[in-house]
Ligand binder design. Structure first.
Ligand code: F6P
Length: 323
């Protein structure tokens, strides 16, 4: 393989730059040329490519976002769009590709590989940690630390004013950020999309806290919770239990930015490097993952179809520790 392409797509995640760096440096180590594809599938379709060498990725390991930029692309969902992208890649001489992103990224990669014969290996980059085939995704650890830092600050003011706070964290379909950060901040309750939320049970818990003269409480709500986001849940609780002065904070996109944690930098470096080595060894159409500290490969088909299951033991732990 003489030339590989690399791109980032979907929601950005801290550590994507560290992954790009590892892809470029590992490829150059093996004397393979690298083409950076800008703005994900949108740039691929337009032939928006840049040559990359070791110095193109200097001084980026510590930066959030992605130097290759990211975008969502409707045109790539069509066969004609993918044919155009394939034409651009072929005329650039790209034989293999490292795709950094989440399940939307891998769905596109699967079709591109099937229809046009490219070898593609994926590296899981999403703060949501919802991908099957890896214990952790690139960006998750940083996002959790960002939430913990923010909620610790909210706890100070909640405590000063004896308030009840509902804090919404990201996770359209998954509660991984909510669960881990909720345990980390000692939240009084954690609401996740994977389990049904019973407002009356939540109120009972708050009521017990009130009777114990608990002055403040923090409820972490994953944005995709079945009872709604933090505003909706706060309204439902207030309708029946109005003892506390209540506030809502939506942390939003600040969870996606920032300098990656050490854990994310190392994870992204390992995954980027393994993805290139896999391509050179002839692997294709698989996502690299790390499970129990071992490098693994999961076919795109499986990675897309299944979802990482939320850790029931951590859910139980959160319940016990918040009583
Ligand atoms: O990256 C995944 C995610 O963080 C989801 O949890 C969230 O719902 C979504 O991105 C929002 O992304 P955007 O605003 O880019 O559509």
């Amino acid at each position: 393989m003489k030339k590989i392409g690399v791109f980032t797509s979907g929601g950005d995640a801290p550590g994507m730059n560290a992954c790009i760096r590892a892809v470029v440096r590992t490829a150059r180590f093996h004397e393979v040329e690298v083409c950076g594809i800008l703005r994900g599938y949108a740039g691929m379709l337009q032939g928006d490519f840049i040559p990359m060498d070791s110095s193109s990725v200097s001084n980026i390991i510590q930066r959030g976002g992605t130097i290759l930029k990211s975008a969502r692309c409707e045109a790539f969902k069509t066969k004609a769009g993918r044919a155009k992208a394939a034409e651009e890649l072929k005329s650039e001489g790209v034989e293999g590709i490292v795709a950094i992103g989440g399940d939307g990224t891998f769905t596109g990669a699967k079709f591109l590989a099937q229809e046009h014969g490219f070898s593609i290996v994926g590296a899981p980059g999403t703060i949501d940690n919802d991908l099957y085939g890896t214990d952790y995704t690139i960006g998750y650890d940083t996002a959790v630390n960002t939430v913990v830092e923010a909620v610790d600050k909210i706890r100070d003011t909640a405590d000063a004013h004896d308030r009840l706070f509902f804090v919404e964290v990201m996770g359209r379909d998954a509660g991984f950020i909510a669960l881990r950060s909720g345990i980390g901040v000692g939240a009084e309750a954690i609401l996740v999309p994977e389990t049904e939320t019973y407002i009356d049970q939540l109120i009972d818990k708050l009521q017990r806290g009130w009777e114990r003269q608990k002055s403040s409480s923090i409820i972490i709500v994953a944005e995709g919770d079945d009872a709604g986001g933090a505003y909706a849940v706060a309204e439902k609780v207030k309708a029946k239990f109005d003892y506390y002065d209540t506030r809502v904070t939506v942390l939003g996109h600040l969870q996606r930015g920032g300098s990656p944690s050490a854990a994310d930098r190392v994870l992204a470096s390992q995954m980027g490097s393994e993805a290139v080595k896999a391509l050179l060894a002839g692997r294709k159409n698989e996502m690299v993952g790390i499970i129990n500290r071992k490098v693994t490969f999961t076919p795109f088909e499986q990675a897309i179809k299944h979802h990482q299951k939320i850790n029931q033991e951590l859910l139980n732990l959160a319940e016990v520790l918040s009583l």
